[in-house]
Design a protein around this ligand. Structure first.
Ligand code: TXD
Length: 321
């Protein structure tokens, strides 16, 4: 089987971790593109020089020329600017929309058959823009947000209940903004409902709800919490891990059910927008969207989050993109 070729567009903080994880997990050869001269060459050279220690045979190449991504099977895009303390993801819209337009043209020209995972913020809007400019089929353009948001939620649950995070299943739907929707009813520890565990722990329903509400609030603001601590940029280890889970499911045709930003054609009552929902990822990209029943409160929260995505996309159009 020929080795897969993975192009990373953007070789900054997340791009660097992506390259290292791809090499360590031996998912394929890496081409890292960035507009900054020499930097992607330096980063990939450095990771490659650890190949003897980590024992991988993957090739890594840095470039400032789109031609080098030619024939990539998978493209992961982190190009753009990250948030600084006090900024919302939406504040990045104008700058990142310009960058995403140039990236979409580059990918369209040199890797027209690739499957694309987008990480740049504001996430759902950047995915929308990439698809619009590239004209790629919707199932080959996917946004990463839900895998990370869900992992954050699962981590908080595991720490609260003092159980292994490996046994926690928790999912966050909706747009990648502060209105995202962590699903309480479906959160469980190896099948045991998280709410039931909280109620048994505190012997008090109101207190259990209070604790859950605090975890939900922390999940919604988790990106900002990291920005406030780092001060010079946003999360980069965990978004890279999240995108790699999606990449692996696609490259190895694992068909994992992962929450990601995918194009909806009526599912969950949404028509024509990219929003975070559970989807099966395989060799064709998004193989299908998995619908689940939401109660009134969950659907209202989801609709509210979809409104935020719609507003962001409307802003993009107002800016002329
Ligand atoms: O879960 C998620 N989706 C996210 C998204 C979680 C955290 C951060 N998220 C967003 O990812 C963040 O708001 C940013 O929009 C992106 C990338 O974050 P990163 O921390 O990697 O930013 P860096 O270190 O600034 O890297 C961005 C790189 C940098 O090297 C620039 O030179 C490059 O992008 N860049 C470009 N590359 C290619 N083409 C163009 N035009 C370009 N412009 C800048």
């Amino acid at each position: 089987m020929a080795r897969k070729k993975i192009a990373l567009i953007g070789g900054g903080q997340i791009g660097g971790v992506l390259a290292q994880l791809i090499a360590l997990k031996q998912l394929g050869d890496v081409v890292m593109f960035d507009v900054v001269e020499d930097m992607p060459q330096g980063k990939t050279l450095e990771i490659a020089e650890a190949s003897r220690i980590e024992r991988f045979d993957m090739n890594l190449k840095g470039t400032n020329d789109y031609k080098d991504i030619e024939g990539a099977d998978l493209v992961i895009i982190t190009a753009g600017v990250p948030r600084k303390p006090g900024m919302s993801r939406e504040d990045l819209l104008t700058t990142n929309a310009k960058i995403m337009t140039s990236v979409a043209n580059g990918v369209k020209e040199y890797a027209p058959n690739s499957i694309v995972i987008i990480i740049s913020n504001p996430l759902d809007t950047m995915v929308t823009l990439f698809q619009k400019v590239s004209g790629f089929p919707h199932e080959r353009v996917i946004g990463q947000a839900g895998v990370l948001d869900s992992s954050r939620f699962a981590s908080f649950i595991a720490w609260e209940l003092d159980v292994s995070v490996q046994d926690v299943n928790a999912m966050v739907l909706g747009g990648h903004g502060d209105t995202m929707v962590p699903l309480i009813r479906y959160a469980n520890v190896n099948g045991v409902p998280v709410m039931e565990m909280l109620e048994r722990k505190y012997q008090d329903k109101a207190k259990a709800k209070e604790v859950m509400d605090a975890m939900i609030e922390r999940t919604r603001k988790a990106g900002g919490e990291i920005v406030a601590l780092l001060k010079t940029g946003s999360a980069f280890f965990s978004p890279a891990s999240a995108a790699i889970a999606m990449a692996k499911s696609i490259l190895l045709d694992e068909k994992r059910l992962l929450p990601c930003s995918v194009y909806l054609k009526g599912e969950f009552g949404v028509e024509g927008y990219y929003v975070g929902v559970p989807a099966v990822l395989g060799e064709n990209g998004v193989e299908r969207v998995v619908e689940l029943s939401l109660n009134e409160e969950e659907q209202a929260a989801f609709n509210n989050s979809v409104e935020a995505v719609k507003n962001s996309v409307a802003n993009l159009e107002k800016l002329g993109f």
